[in-house]
Unconditional design. Structure first.
Length: 106
């Protein structure tokens, strides 16, 4: 299994290097009113990929925080209900101990 991961990692890295070498053409980048000249295209591609990953990661973190808050609320409710069940179970056990069994002899 470890060898498969290594082969896949090497294949991905070789693909990335191949894409970078094919896209080394310098381009002009206009960004927010500023003009950047002679930037290799692979730098622009890499920057877009990194920004996309960061954006996706930030969205995921926000969702995880909301889910954790919801789980905490559910856990509190579960503990409250478990306490009520335990009290009722104990009350039933106490009532059973108080009652003496009656023997019917015919």
């Amino acid at each position: 299994m470890k060898e498969i991961k290594i082969v896949i990692t090497v294949a991905i890295l070789l693909t990335v290097v191949w894409v970078f070498t094919q896209n080394a053409t310098p381009v002009d980048l206009r960004l927010l009113g500023a003009v950047y000249t002679n930037i290799p295209l692979y730098v622009v591609i890499l920057g877009a990929v990194v920004l996309g990953i960061l954006f996706g990661f930030s969205v995921t973190i926000g969702q995880n925080i909301k889910l954790r808050q919801g789980l905490k609320l559910i856990d509190r409710e579960r503990q409250k209900l478990q306490g009520e069940v335990d009290k009722r179970r104990q009350a039933v056990l106490d009532n059973d101990e108080d009652e003496e069994p009656t023997k019917n002899r015919d």
